[in-house]
Design a protein around this ligand. Structure first.
Ligand code: ATP
Length: 236
């Protein structure tokens, strides 16, 4: 479903992603783990077109999207739940969700059905549907960011650090939701610093270190990899 070929992302003289190749197959959950500044967000932005690549190719379902603008990539079924959530603070929960469905240009009834689906996924959002999103808790904003991405009915969901800044119990809820999405067959690329949780939910995983993939394998295998354990799981 997704194939990156030697993707490079640069900010002026700084090269944040230095030739990354990876694949995500239909129905898989793939995670990219890595420390602060490893280039994880830059890589996700290049997949949705929010950051141009300086070299390499981004292929979605066999189609070369490298030069395609972001809104056309949404049309191909790629949606991003961004780091820091990016909810529109002065819009209500319901209005944020409606914006997520914008690209589908479907009937109001279909939008309402999709919103109800998201309220079943995250009942907390339903309870707060008319609340301004800027006043939601961090966990609720994260739920909203995921639901808003799902409103476009993606075939590939990109999640950028959904656990960032959240309390342990809320992180558990978010990972439960990711497990639910996985079990429904959705293809997911998950970027995380919470390596243990991410590897636990992923079929396959890549470790990104200063712009390069240094380790790849099955999620379960990486949980037991001595190098990964020492560097990312706090086990020595
Ligand atoms: P984090 O987990 O801290 O968000 P990350 O792995 O997502 O880190 P990126 O945000 O992709 O990493 O950043 C990779 C490198 O690119 C960093 O050195 C960062 O300073 C740099 N960088 C990111 N965005 C920009 C930008 N807009 N302008 C200049 N440099 C940037």
């Amino acid at each position: 479903m997704l194939k990156l070929e030697s993707v490079r992302v640069s900010y002026g003289a700084i090269e944040a992603v230095k030739g990354v190749s990876l694949e995500v197959h239909e129905g898989e959950v793939v995670t990219i783990i890595g420390a602060n500044g490893a280039g994880k967000s830059s890589l996700l932005k290049s997949i949705v077109g929010l950051q141009p690549v300086s070299a390499g190719r981004v292929m979605v379902n066999g189609r070369d999207c490298t030069k395609l603008p972001p809104h056309l990539r949404v049309g191909l079924g790629v949606a991003l739940s961004p780091e820091g959530r990016g909810v529109f603070a002065d819009q209500t929960v319901r209005e944020n969700l409606m914006l997520g469905a914008y690209s589908l240009k479907q009937s109001q009834a279909a939008n309402e059905a999709a919103i109800e689906r998201e309220f079943r996924r995250f009942p907390r959002l339903g309870e707060r549907q008319n609340q301004l999103s800027g006043t939601l808790s961090g966990g609720e904003q994260q739920m909203l960011a995921i639901s808003r991405a799902l409103m476009s009915e993606p075939r590939l969901l990109l999640l950028d650090e959904p656990s960032l800044g959240l309390a342990p119990l809320v992180i558990r809820d978010i990972f439960d939701a990711i497990r639910g999405l996985r079990d429904s067959g959705l293809t997911i690329l998950l970027v995380e610093q919470m390596a243990k949780q991410a590897l636990g939910v992923a079929d396959r995983a890549y470790v990104l270190e200063v712009g390069n993939i240094t380790v790849e394998g099955a999620g379960r295998d990486l949980l037991n990899d001595p190098k990964v354990k020492a560097a990312y799981l706090g086990v020595h």
